[in-house]
Design a protein around this ligand. Sequence first.
Ligand code: GLV
Ligand code: MN
Ligand code: MN
Length: 432
Amino acid sequence: MTFQEQQAAERAQDHIDSARLQDAIAALAAFGGRGDGGVSREALTGVDLAARRHLIERARALGCEVSTDDCANLFFRRAGSADLPPVLTGSHADTQPVGGKLDGAYGVLAGLEVIAALNDAGIRTPRPIEVVAWTNEEGSRFGPGAMGSSAFVDPACLPAYRDAVDGAGVRFGDALDAALAAAPDVPRRPMRQPMSACVELHIEQGPVLERAAVPLGVVTGIQSVRWYRVTCAGMMGHAGTTPMGERSDAMATAVAVAQQLYAFAATGSGAPAGTELRLTLGRWQVTPNSVNTIPGAVEFTIDARCVDEAVLERFEAALGEIAARQGGKVGGKVGFTCFFRRPPTLFPPAMLALVSQACERASAQAWLPAPLRLTSGAFHDAMYLAGHCPTAMIFVPSERGISHNAAEATAPHDLFLGAQALAYTVAALAHR
Ligand code: GLV
Ligand code: MN
Ligand code: MN
C-alpha cells in the first residue's frame, strides 16, 4: 500500500461518526417500522418505494449523483478526480416479511456514512465511489433472491425475472416499472457497468463472531444455496365423509416428503466435519386451505445450503428419489423445480488481505480482539459481484445470532467498527 493510500484510508476510517450512522439507521427503519422493533419492507412495496426516495434525498444531500438501471438498482456516486471505474459498496434496502433494521440497510447506510466521512475529511479520491441499494435481495416477495445484483452482472436474467409473481399475482416486471416511474428525476444508466472492486458490509446473521467475542469478521466466501418449489397433488373431498383409506390427501403426501427431507438432513447428508446441510421448508400454500376440505394441492419451498456443493448434489438426488417414491403412492403425485441455485463463492486473497488490514486497525484502536475469518451462511449480493470485479465482505456480530426476525440487533459500537473498516477499505481501493 502506498503512503498516500494508507493516509487516506486511515483518515477516512477516523472520520466515521457513530451517532450519525445510528441516526441514519433509525430514520430508514421508520419505513415499514413495526411495533415490535422490526421492519416489514418487502421489495418494491409502497414502503420500499418511500424508503428508496428517502435514500435518494439523503445521498443527494451528501453531494452524490443518483442513477438507476433497468432493475431499479439505485447508485449513489461520489465523483473521483479521474474518469475510472468506481469502487462499489452498499447492499440492499428490502427486508423479509418480518425483518430487522439492519439486514441490508446497514450496508447501504454505512456506505453513505463513508461518503460523509470522506467529505468531512476533505479527501478527494482518484476513483469515483458508488454506494448501491440493490433491488430485491431477499427474494421473499419475488423469487429468486439477489435479483438486482444478478441482473446487473448478467442482464440476460432480467426478462425471466420480470415474469416472477408475488403471492397476490403481481408481476415483478410491473412492480419494477412502477418503481422506475416513481423516480422520474433519477437518470437511467446501462447495466453491467465496469467496477474496479466491490466491498459489502453486512451483519453476520449467525452466532460465530458473538461467540468468539470478536467485533469484526473477514468473510472468505459464501456457502452454496439452492431453492426448490415442491408441488403435491391430491383430490379435494369432504373431511367428514371420505373414509381415511379412500383419500388422496395432498397434505399427507407433503408431510411425508417433508419428514423424509428432514431425516436426510439430520443423518444422511455426509457434510464434512464442522459443516452441515441446512434445510428450511419456509413457505406453504394449501388449496383450498379450508378446515373441512381434504387438501387438493400443497406447494412448499425448500431452501437448502451447505459449504460443500457435493452435499447439495446428494440432497437433490435424494429429493428426486423421495418425490418419485411418495408420488408413486395412491394418487399422491409430487413434482419439484429448482428456481435458484448458486455454487460457493470465494473472495480473492488480495481483497481479504486489504479487508483484514482495515479490520485489524479498527479493532486495535478500540483495544478489541483481531478479526476472525469466516464463511457466510447467508447469501449476499456480493456473491454475484464476485464474478464481475474483485469483491470482499466485512461482517459485524449479530446479537444471539438472530436475523430474519424483528429482534435482529447489533451493538452500536460494533456497527461503528464495521463502518470504520469499510471506510478504510473503500478509501484505499479508491486510490488504486
Ligand atoms: C438472504 O437473505 C439469505 O437468505 O441468505
Ligand atoms: Mn442481507
Ligand atoms: Mn436477508
